[in-house]
Unconditional design. Sequence first.
Lengths: 132, 138, 503
Amino acid sequence: MEPLLAIMAGFLFASGLYLMLRRNYVRVVIGLILISNAANLVIFTMGRLARGNPPLVATGETMPAEGFANPLPQALILTAIVIGFGLLAFALVLAYRAYRELGTVDVDAMRVAEPPYPGEKTVSGTPDQEEA
Amino acid sequence: MKSLILQTIARLLLPLMILFSVFLMLRGHNEPGGGFIGGLVGAGAFSLYAVAFGPASARGVLRADPRTLLGLGLLVTVLSGFFAMVLGDAFLTGQWLIFHIGEADFHLGTALLFDIGVYLVVVGATLTVIFSLEEEST
Amino acid sequence: MDWLLVLPLAIPLFFGVVSILARNNLLLQRWFGVLGMVVLLVVSIAILIGVRTQGILVDQMGNWIAPFGITLVADHLTAFMVLITAIMGLAVAIYSLANIDAERESFGYYPLLHILLMGVNGVFLTGDLFNMYVWFEVMLITSFVLLALGNRKEQMDGAIKYVTINLVSSLVFLSGVGILYGMTGTLNMADMAVRLDAVDSPGLVTTASMFFLVSFGIKAAVFPLFFWLPASYHTPPVAVSAIFAALLSKVGVYALIRVFTLLFVQETGYTHQIILWVAAVTMLTGVLGAVMQTEFRKLLSFHIISQIGYMIMGLGLYSPLGIVGSVFYVIHNIIAKTNLFLVSGVANRIAGSFHLKHLGGLYRKHPFLSIMFIIPAFGLAGFPPLSGFWAKLTLTIAGLDAREYVVVGIALFVGLLTLFSMTKIFAEAFWKPLPSDRPKPAAEVEGIPGVAGIRTMMVPIVLLAVMTVVLGLGAGLFINVSLDAAEELLDRTRYINAVLGDP
């Protein structure tokens, strides 16, 4: 099971990276989402996959029963998912605001903060045309 | 868009969902539940009301500004950690009051206070986002 | 158990929350801003005194014994960083009184500033790797909002690059944490340090360390991962630029120093050699970028990158003197660089532009401001007796001891170019007469106009300039204290024993 999940995580990383190389910022954000899930999958796999008992302490006992599953990776992933959810939601809103302000989602065409030098070749056209 | 069915249901569901959210929060002490999920259900109640009647009237029903709830929730959460300081323990150590009512033991602790804080933060944060999104779209 | 260590997190959170609750009263928010920073300063001085007298301070959250719970740890390095964070917070809070416009204030500038400092302090204080990730995110999300607050076009453009690249860096960090957890089964850094030594394939550990080098390298803006920094730091108001320049990239440097002295010391010949060369190239590219810039804050942004190289260089040398140089350089650079950003804001206020072409005549009209620029600028370039000279001297000696002559040569050459670009700012903005054909100042001027605003803005500038001079004149004392920090960092058992308890 572990190799399968490792390959899956690698595939997600690769797909996310591919999307992040696009000029369209919305695709970049989708790539980020994929990579964030890949990172969570890495943590999950690293916590070892085992069919274990619930890590709960029965009434009257002081230790959980033998062979209990490791709850820590799940707690970590839960935290990471919630944080990732907030950050990615912010990134999406930012993409929307930037589109409203700058009129483009093409990251190469966003040259307001770093205006082109005199004589520099700049990108024109929308990214969708380029990719169609 | 006004829908009579949605408005009637929303009016009835609002108190029920708030009650359920409080139940979830208190249940979280020993069983699945807790401040986070309770807060989401509570926020769901008000956002349903906002969908049916518009965000302005939902704000009216909520009375407090969601951002105030957010601030209060954070404050409660921090203070729950500081209870331990007064009693000389490390930050966030749980402090318990135990009542005996008849046969049953009743545990009241700072963990509950922390959960109430989380509940308020989740309600406040979610509603801040949802209300401002709805207000922008109308 | 030490209560002090919670306070650098709790105080900014408390004042942030109070500022949220007082969101309709801007006056109250402003004074809470200053008051919160003063309280933070007092607490961080107490922590430094505590570390000096009692050694490494440790606090176990919620009374969970390490390595099971989350531990807060303060050694010398942490204490320095928390102290300098509080000083910078205070300087920027005072500066913000005159620099931040009412619109930004009403959208939550002050709560964000407090929470940003909480995140920064959290990274410094935590002894748990996953917790460090969480604090990084607290810091990042507030910095995202601070950067985008105000919705100007350049800000949107800068924020897109900043947000995307920093999110990637966080995800690389998270994957690295996951892999380390798989190898050691722990997240407590002290416990992890012990168990990493027992991992039977050191190559794997070195591979994992590269995740951290890349992730913290992006945050610290080292070569070749720095492009987001000059694309974004000049877009928000000066107060925000200043606090970013002061703290955010240095948090990355701190994290690098922490993990590459505590966790990844198995193959120093390989990892630290990479760091050393990254440092050399970072210095060079940063300063070359700065030389060709003509916008005040962009020029300073490229200098941040160049200076990061010096901080990393000490870590790469991995000798006591090298670490002393790094620690001293971080402290000196935070003070001087923040001050330069603050001066750029005053120049903008007076002349209405950030572009060197449109600035001029400041020396004639405002000689005091010019002196306040010269002190941090020459400090940065490394003029004796200012602080930068001693920092560079320490690093140079450490480099010569390690026989890294090429790197030392690059460092000295970069110092020369730094001086060149500082004199360029001075000649263009201060000395040259005000150009007559300059365009009408656009809406670049921010905040409260008038002389009263400038007076308020000068307060932190003078404060920081005095600190640069004091740090230079009292360098001997400070280098001795840094030596304690370096010894603590290089002798891992002290940190480990403090956290896990004596064996």
